[in-house]
Ligand binder design. Structure first.
Ligand code: AGP
Length: 546
């Protein structure tokens, strides 16, 4: 059996350079190591090792692991690894090779995913911190849990618990064979995934709505009134675009299900005093299921008795293993760093959940049947909008010259604006800031001028009139106005320089077409600016470090 290790680096400590690239070696070049995660106490360990005359070649935290394991290695390499990990603080998925064990890859994991995929006869064994790398194969996959370590050697897998007792682990069959890397003739994965949305939203909702469109159900788990009655409120946890989906869900659960709900940013939640944990249904949302900023608060909440339902796109993820219940988007792999189809599938599933909770509470004397009927129209509405991509492209080309944007909205359109601003920021590197439109007069208006276009998300009947006057405040101070509005709201043409009309729809489903506009608007501006759309600078598809 031949062995090899490799690493694609997302820099946490030290710039992207040859010196900082993995693998890292010890001073005697006896071992080579790759690491995913963050060593929080690397400074003190590095100073200790420098005092032991170890020569460091990089600025990374990871390099201390190579030197530390070599320093601790006497005769037993697993014991050397274990004693090194006992003093490490932080997160790690480690793989290394050592000259004394030429047929062995040694590994360990804590708060950073580590999957071991292998063929039926173990002729091929792949270790990865992201199971996405198994695409194109049918494999048995096992996942290391925290503080487990081990090695592969001669087509065998050896795993030990933290007391170095050998343990047997149950592998899962993961069918990645038919997952295709193809872009299907689209120039970018992002555009392909934007165009998949009529289909992926259908995949997310159709298996969950009864034939008469009266009821919702979730084949993964029984979510009935007994389940719901266990909780007094809902707390959502997520990051980035998934946080925006959770923010939208907080409006939907309160408006439709009448359940007190709050959305938390994962990286903040760990440092907040979270109340009434046992009475809360914790809903964690993550496309990848590997985001450390979402997983770590989930782990802490679980320790305090929380019940966690996660909404995930990728199966076999760390988050699903940490959750009591998991619902899956079924949107298929999302390769572009910039999340699009996962977002619209997340809000589809969350809207369904809000409707379902309302029905459970009202014992089917429900007033949310109209919501289901309107949600079922969304795939077609998006299909129609995608046919108008050229109109959006023209708008993008017109507005691509600006370096700063405000994105404004109210209520559900505020969160739609926040998500659209993130799309533009992350793929075109333009400074786009979203505000609740009413906030402009409390400060942001100071920046408004002819070089600061306003993208106004108007498709919300409840707030349209107020939004209209907020936009006038910016218009009178010189901002170019690009409005996204429902077809019936023709008067917006009086104040907007450009208007993109979406199909008349209810407020709850206007978020879909408005969001797809935001995705394409950002995509075509980024194309105009020739940026690396699928892999924008400084970003990773799943951020497995804090
Ligand atoms: C969205 O376009 C970004 N790629 C990013 O904000 C992402 O949504 C965030 O990192 C959360 O990822 P997750 O859904 O896999 O947890």
């Amino acid at each position: 059996m031949k062995i090899a290790i490799g690493h694609t680096r997302w820099a946490t400590h030290g710039v992207a350079s040859n010196e900082n690239a993995h693998p890292h070696f010890d001073s005697e070049n006896s071992l080579a190591l790759v690491h995913n995660g963050i060593i929080e106490n690397f400074d003190e360990i590095k100073n200790f090792l420098i005092n032991k005359k170890k020569i460091f070649l990089s600025e990374t935290d990871s390099e201390v692991l190579a030197h530390l394991i070599a320093y601790n290695y006497k005769k037993d390499i697993i014991k050397a690894l274990k004693s090194s990990l006992d003093i490490i603080k932080g997160s790690y998925a480690i793989a290394f090779i050592h000259k004394d064990f030429p047929k062995r890859i040694i590994l360990a994991s804590k708060d950073s995913p580590m999957a071991i995929g292998f063929t039926e006869n173990k002729k091929e064994i792949i270790i990865s911190s992201d199971p996405n790398s198994f695409v194109g194969r049918n494999l048995h996959v096992l996942f290391l849990q925290n503080d487990e370590l081990g090695f592969i050697e001669n087509n065998e897998i050896f795993i030990f618990n933290k007391n170095l007792k050998k343990i047997a682990k149950q592998a899962e069959k993961v069918n990645c064979k038919n997952i295709s890397f193809s872009k299907n003739n689209f120039e970018h994965y992002m555009l392909k995934e934007i165009y998949e949305q009529p289909f992926t939203i259908q995949k997310t909702i159709l298996g969950r709505i009864s034939k008469n469109s009266q009821n919702c159900y979730f084949e993964e788990h029984t979510i009935d009134i007994d389940f719901l009655n266990r909780f007094k409120n809902i707390k959502l946890i997520a990051c980035g675009t998934s946080y925006h989906a959770s923010l939208l869900a907080s409006y939907l659960f309160e408006d439709i299900s009448k359940i007190e709900t709050r959305a938390y940013i994962g990286s903040e939640m760990r440092f907040q005093n979270i109340l009434n944990i046992k009475e809360s249904l914790i809903i964690a949302i993550s496309q990848s299921g590997e985001t450390a900023d979402t997983i770590l608060p989930v782990k802490e909440l679980k320790k305090n008795g929380a019940t966690v339902l996660s909404i995930i796109n990728k199966s076999n993820s760390t988050l699903s293993r940490e959750s009591d219940y998991s619902l899956y988007l079924k949107a298929g792999p999302e390769f572009s760093v910039c999340s699009t189809k996962a977002f619209t599938s997340q809000i589809s599933l969350l809207l369904l959940l809000a409707i379902h909770f309302e029905k459970l509470k009202n014992n089917n004397k429900s007033n949310s049947d109209y919501l289901i009927k309107n949600l079922l129209k969304v795939p077609n509405e998006i299909k129609k909008l995608l046919k108008r991509a050229e109109e959006i492209k023209k708008l993008s080309i017109k507005y691509a010259k600006y370096e700063n944007f405000y994105f404004l909205g109210k209520n559900l359109m505020y969160v739609t604006a926040v998500e659209a601003a993130l799309k533009l920021k992350e793929i075109s590197y333009i400074n786009a800031t979203a505000y609740p439109a009413g906030e402009m007069k409390h400060g942001p208006l100071a920046l408004v001028n002819g070089n600061l276009p306003i993208v106004a998300f108007m498709a919300n009947d409840k707030t349209y009139d107020k939004m209209y006057s907020n936009v006038i405040e910016a218009k009178t101070r010189g901002s170019p106005i690009l409005a996204i509005a429902k077809k019936k709201d023709k008067d917006i043409e009086k104040i907007a320089d450009d208007v993109f009309y979406i199909d008349d729809s209810i407020d709850e489903t206007a978020i879909f077409s408005s969001s797809v506009f935001g995705q394409l608007f950002a995509y075509y501006i980024a194309k105009e600016r020739n940026t690396d759309i699928d892999q924008p600078r400084n970003l990773a598809k799943s951020v497995t470090v804090e």
